[in-house]
Each structure stands twice: as C-alpha cells, then as structure tokens.
Design a protein around this ligand. Structure first.
Ligand code: HXC
Length: 515
C-alpha cells in the first residue's frame, strides 16, 4: 500500500483523538472535567475499546460550521468490556461544539443502540452536551427523537445506564430519563428542562445551574438521579458496580458472584435488633446488612423518599433486589414518592430477572390532604400493579408492622409472592388499635363513664388478637414464622427452590400501568 494512504488515515485518526483540539481539552480540564476519551479509558477494560464512526462529520455549512468539522462530530461511540463483559458506550465530547447534539451524533448513537440491542449488550451513555445543535435546527431535534425511540424500544431488553458528567439541558434530559439508571457526578453534572435564564425571564427568580439541576437536587428532591458520586471517577465506578448485579439482557440471569459469607450463617444480633417497645424506631439498613452477603448491598436513590429502601444485594452469591420500609424515616409509611420509588424498582427487577426480597415494617399509606390531592391513590396503586405483575421469585419478611394496604401491597400472597415469612414481632391488622377502637366502639366510648380506660381495654384486646403473626400463619397467609437470626439461610434456601420458577401473565398488548 502506498505510504500516503496510510498517512492520510493516521492523520484523520489523530485528529479524531484530539476532538476539539488541545485548547478545548485544556478548557475542559480547567472546568474540572475529563474528556470523552479519558472517561472511556477509565470506564473500560484496558485495550477493549472498539470505536465505530470516529471519522463521521456533519455536512452543515450554516453559521460558520463549514470550517468547524471535527472527526467524530462530538461523540465517541463503540463497544468495549467492563470486567470482561461486553458493553456499548457513547461519550459526548464537550470539546467539539460544546458536545452539541447533531444529526451525525444521533446516527452514530442509534447505530450503536441497534447493534447492542440486537446482540443483547448493555448501553452506557456519558452525557456532556449543550443540547440540540442550534445550527442544525429541526435536524438535531429529529435526532433526539431517534434516540428516544431506541431508549423506549430497548427498555427492559438491555440495561441502559446514563451518566451526567456535564450539562444535560432541554429535551436532552428525556434520554437519560427513559433509561434504567441515572448517575450524576457532583459539581460537574446538571440536568434541567429550562435553564436559569428562562426561569429568570418567566418568574424573576434567580437560581444557578447547580441549584436548579445539580446532583443533590436530583438525588434528594426530584428522584431523577438514582446514584450520585463526588467525582467523575467515582461515578464511573458506580457503573461497574451496578453492572455486577445485572444480566447482559432480559434473556439472561444476573451474574453469580461467589461469596465468602456462608449461606447458612445465622445472626443472633437480629433477634434483638427490633426494639421491644414499638414506639422506638430502628434503621432497616442494619437488618438488610446483616441478612445479605456481607458488603453486597448497593442502595439506589438513598436520599429520595428515604422512608422506603430499594437496592441490589446478593444472597448466597445470587443477585436480588431488596425493597424495605425504613421505620427510622416517617415511621416507614408509604406515600406518593416512596410508592413511585418502590414500584419502579420492582418492575426493574422483574425486567432483568432479579428476585425481589421485601422486608416489611409499614404502618400503611400516609393519611393527609396533600397526599390525597397529590394522587396517592394512583401512585399507591403502582406498588400493587408492580408486585402483582412481576413474575420473578418474590419473597417477603414481615419484620414488624404490616398494617392495612401496606400488608396487601408489599408482596403479600395475593400479589403472588412465593414465600412469606414473618418474625415473631410482626403485627398484621387492618388498622392501628386506637383507630379501630374509635370505629368499632364509638358508641360505647361515647357513653362510657371513663372512655380512656375503656379505650385502653379495647386496645389491649385488639393488640393481643392482631399484633402477632400467628393469626395470619393460621390462615396460611404467612408460610412460616421464623426467628430473626435465621432469616438469611431461610431466604437463601427459598431462592434456591425458586431459581427455576416459570410464571406467565395473560397475553395482551400491554396493561395500563397507573401513573
Ligand atoms: C451549538 C453550542 C451549543 C448548542 C454550546 N455550544 N451549546 N453550539 N448548539 N446547543 C457551543 C458554544 O457556542 C461554544 O462554542 C461551545 O459550545 C462551548 O460552550 P460555552 O457556552 O463556551 O460553554 P459553557 O460556558 O461551559 O456553557 C455551557 C452551556 C452553554 C451552559 C451548555 O453553552 C449553553 O447554555 N448552551 C446552550 C444550551 C441550550 O439552551 N441548549 C438547547 C437546549 S434545548 P464556541 O465556539 O463559542 O466556543 C434542546 C432541545 C432538545 O436541547 C429537544 C429534544 C426533543
């Protein structure tokens, strides 16, 4: 081959590696950010990256773009490996026209998504972009639409993970929002539909980009971010951790990871972890950590609707989804946000073949005018829908309270839960004792000489009758009442039995998920 052929190729490749050029790379570093290629080098196994489309450039000549054509056009796309498992990745390159989203970017990304989905490979997107490339007009808007379509069609087929490592503004936010996981890096990443300038113009309110859409906002208030990291590097490590619990696609099982934590380990501390006095709360994280394979719990949305806990863990080396109420926050009630959080997580586990283990300690749905006006009925219905429709193995442990709707919704037998356990501290009743007294003994209490004493008598009787797991066990609603310390081996044995579970829902186009 003539040397000039090779020289031309090498020059183009070198230009592609430099993105927007050394000056822009220096600016990117000065912003505290890494370049697209630096990020991919950190994320992927060494020498595993196979790039595609590195020479593609836009064909636009408006607004000075004719002289600003960069190989790759502001996004690096290709396949690589993470811990030896294949992944599809795209990383927007802010050094090229602010990473702005173009028709060529969309062609590259959608090609990657199509190949990944056909081959059953997870898709990871690194977002760092000024949004739709203004000079391209409707072309760049249509380009977003092409990506959104793939996000939807690949949903529940291959895991999709979005990292927010820079701006993600306007309609661009909907691609991450349509994926399974959003991970944000503090200080550098932000997401909003309309930015600070628009907000100032329409409402006169001053707000910075970070105040409006920074990692902490989406972690604590909006629930948009599932995980947040202090640095870009830590955000990329979270991708690796997440993938460790997920199958490559919906036709595979999640990876098995042997644990040195014995499956038969009993934990005596669990027998005394729940305080005898039910007015004293405790942190359900302590229960989870003592049951699952040591150190395996990865919590999602920890700061959002913290009255519910959702996350991945392993039991006997097998990945599971954990759902729990946390009595340490708002007594563990179900409300609008925790309903959304739990329901989405159960559906996620169901999509990717992860058994769901539910630890119940919940006084019920939160009573309140704002909750009713906010639609707690339709939000609460999501939990029922998610559990009832899920066909993965489902196990539950009632730790303390399982009152009213919470008992039914949270993995009860009627939600097709496979095995239901309860600790001796379980309280299973239609409603709390004081409320029941006011309904059932209203007349008696009104006429009583000493209503307080009568109410006390009723409450004592009611508690004796319902605030234990034995009535439910009598009726077969609870399969076994177990000692707390034996919870881990019980769950692991149950999962072993259910590993080959097959269950199907009636054929239909799709159900109407309450939303
Ligand atoms: C074209 C863009 C661009 C865009 C940034 N650039 N955003 N070019 N289209 N959308 C260019 C800038 O002109 C600049 O080029 C370079 O990228 C770096 O941008 P800076 O502004 O210098 O960087 P910084 O100060 O860090 O500010 C980043 C920014 C800001 C906050 C993202 O660039 C910005 O506000 N961009 C516009 C954001 C936006 O409103 N996008 C449209 C959202 S609506 P030069 O050559 O001057 O250095 C949308 C609709 C999608 O996306 C709908 C889908 C359905």
């Amino acid at each position: 081959m003539a040397e000039d052929h090779l020289e031309r190729l090498r020059a183009l490749r070198e230009a592609a590696l430099l993105g927007g050029g050394p000056e822009r790379i220096a600016q990117q570093h000065a912003r505290g950010k890494e370049t697209a290629r630096e990020r991919l080098a950190r994320l992927l196994d060494p020498d595993s990256f196979q790039e595609l489309g590195s020479l593609a450039r836009h064909q636009i000549s408006d607004y000075g773009l004719a002289t600003r054509r960069y190989p790759g056009d502001g996004v690096v796309t290709g396949f690589g490996a993470i811990n030896g498992r294949r992944v599809a990745v795209y990383a927007q390159d802010f050094t090229v026209l602010g990473g702005s989203f173009s028709e060529v970017q969309a062609q590259k990304i959608t090609r990657l998504m199509d190949l990944a989905t056909e081959s059953g490979i997870p898709i990871i997107g690194l977002n760092d972009s000024g949004g739709a490339r203004i000079q391209e007009g409707v072309r760049s808007l249509a380009a977003y639409g092409e990506v959104f379509l793939r996000n939807v069609l690949s949903s529940g087929v291959v895991p999709q993970i979005s990292l927010i490592l820079g701006p993600c503004a306007g309609g661009a936010v909907y691609s991450p929002a349509l994926t399974d996981f959003v991970i944000m890096a503090r200080d550098v990443g932000y997401m909003f539909l309309t930015g600070p300038e628009v907000i100032r113009a329409v409402s006169g309110r001053e707000v910075t980009a970070q105040q409006l859409g920074g990692a902490d906002v989406h972690h604590e208030r909006s629930g948009v971010a599932h995980l947040v990291a202090d640095t870009e590097g830590a955000a990329l490590d979270l991708v690796k951790a997440l993938l460790g619990y997920l199958p490559q696609n919906n036709a595979e099982d999640p990876p098995y990871q042997p644990s040195d934590d014995a499956p038969e380990r009993i934990d005596p501390a669990l027998n005394t972890l729940v305080p005898a006095d039910e007015r004293i709360s405790y942190d359900m994280h302590l229960v989870i950590e003592r049951i699952v394979d040591r150190g395996s719990f990865l919590e999602l949305q920890p700061a959002y609707a913290a009255n519910a806990i959702t996350g991945f863990a392993r039991l006997g080396g097998y990945a599971v989804g954990i759902v729990a109420n946390n009595p340490a926050v708002l007594a563990g009630v179900l409300d609008i946000n925790s309903s959304d959080k739990i329901a989405r997580f159960v559906r996620l586990c169901d999509a990717y073949n992860l058994p769901v283990v539910t630890l119940v300690d919940c006084p019920g749905y939160l009573p309140g005018i704002e909750q009713e006006y906010g639609g707690v009925i339709r939000h609460g219905a999501k939990i029922i829908y998610a559990y009832a429709a899920a066909t993965v193995p489902k196990l539950s442990v009632i730790v303390r309270k399982a009152i009213g709707g919470a008992y039914i919704a949270l993995s009860s037998k009627q939600m097709r839960s496979d095995m239901n356990f309860a600790w001796p501290t379980a309280q299973i009743a239609v409603m709390g004792a004081e409320g029941a007294a006011r309904v059932l003994w209203r007349e008696e209490l009104r006429r009583a000489a000493d209503p307080a004493a009568l109410e006390q008598q009723f409450v004592a009787e009611y508690r004796e009758r319902f605030f234990n797991p034995y009535h439910a066990a009598d009726l077969g609603q609870i399969d076994e009442v177990i000692e707390p310390r034996e919870t881990r081996p019980r769950l692991i044995r149950a999962l072993e039995i259910l590993r080959t579970k097959v269950q199907q829902n009636p054929a239909r186009k799709h159900g109407l998920y309450p939303s």
